[in-house]
Design a protein around this ligand. Sequence first.
Ligand code: HEC
Ligand code: HEC
Ligand code: HEC
Ligand code: HEC
Ligand code: HEC
Length: 233
Amino acid sequence: MSVLFPKWTNVLPTVFAVGALGGAVAAIGGFWYYATPKFWRVGYMPTQPGGGFNHQLHVGKLGMDCRYCHTKVEKSYEANIPNVSTCYGCHSDGKLSKLTEDPVHKEKTEFIRTAYAQDASIPWRRVHKVPDYVHNFPHHVHINAGISCYSCHGRIDTMPVVFHAESLSMSWCLDCHRAPEDKVIPKDKITNLAWVQNELKERKAGKAMSVEAQQVLDALQKAPPENCGACHY
Ligand code: HEC
Ligand code: HEC
Ligand code: HEC
Ligand code: HEC
Ligand code: HEC
């Protein structure tokens, strides 16, 4: 429910009442459908539990690959969030001993050891979610088609706190489905977000696709779908 009818739609009965009088329903409805969804989620940045998880630090500074934690991105229909034992592997009492002696660091990471000791999971708040009526979004298909995390999630490696960088609106999906050649890159660069950002910028300015990228594009089984049924019931 909450996904289909966010809080602000509470004003809709009023809008419809006004519309019935003034015949403005079509105009407002049109605005609602075609203009709003494109922008309303960009920037969404929920506060995460405990000391949170800093991608800028772990990926940008420490150089960890996305797949160290999001282990299933190439294989599964939905991406996964790592469980607490992945964090505990580095943040147990024994490891990083110099750091855990630092009281500030110790306090910021205590929620990991607490959750681990209680065999509990950390209640991360979800950032990206397509509405339920979009029944088909195979995450892994996109990775395997040479689409980088960058194209859909932005520069995660520079984010101290994850936020919504792209709209995930229907026209956003379709823009890429109509011109995948603008986004397809060699698969070994998928998680190298800085490289991808630069490459796509240069390509937009007229640089030709590399041979490797062209091969990935040519290998697509079929063109990305534009028919309604591919994504909706
Ligand atoms: C050390 C583990 C780790 C690494 C490495 C890592 N992540 Fe994450 N990621 C997490 C955790 C934990 C969360 C959930 C907390 C949050 O959203 O901040 C998360 C959340 C996310 C989300 C938001 C999920 C949602 O709720 O919508 C995206 C997108 C994401 N990561 C992408 C990436 C990308 C891209 C990379 C590589 C550039 C990466 N991550 C590397 C642990 C990791
Ligand atoms: C490969 C080792 C490794 C893994 C796995 C890892 N971390 Fe870290 N983490 C570090 C290191 C090293 C630091 C300290 C970096 C620094 O201060 O420069 C750190 C720092 C932190 C901090 C303190 C951040 C700050 O702002 O000072 C938090 C919180 C944290 N990690 C949470 C997590 C969570 C949650 C996970 C699991 C999703 C995780 N870490 C997985 C190595 C790791
Ligand atoms: C074609 C666009 C696209 C690409 C490429 C992409 N993602 Fe996503 N990602 C999404 C969408 C859309 C969602 C929300 C999916 C849903 O609601 O089922 C999502 C969700 C996620 C989540 C949250 C899963 C959860 O259950 O909370 C994580 C983590 C994530 N992506 C990580 C990554 C990583 C890492 C990469 C690169 C290896 C990547 N994504 C590449 C579009 C993409
Ligand atoms: C940046 C580019 C890009 C974006 C954004 C994108 N897609 Fe795709 N999508 C592709 C490509 C490329 C393929 C073709 C994959 C293949 O044929 O192997 C594809 C294929 C698909 C397929 C067909 C999968 C199959 O098994 O044949 C579905 C369904 C789909 N995308 C849904 C979505 C939805 C829903 C969104 C928006 C939330 C979205 N896509 C956003 C590039 C993108
Ligand atoms: C590539 C996947 C994809 C295809 C193909 C697609 N849609 Fe969508 N559609 C979406 C996504 C994703 C959303 C959710 C947009 C959002 O959350 O802002 C959506 C939302 C909608 C909505 C809700 C209003 C809105 O714009 O948010 C309607 C109605 C709709 N689609 C109808 C259609 C029709 C009719 C077709 C065929 C002409 C179609 N869709 C084809 C992905 C797709």
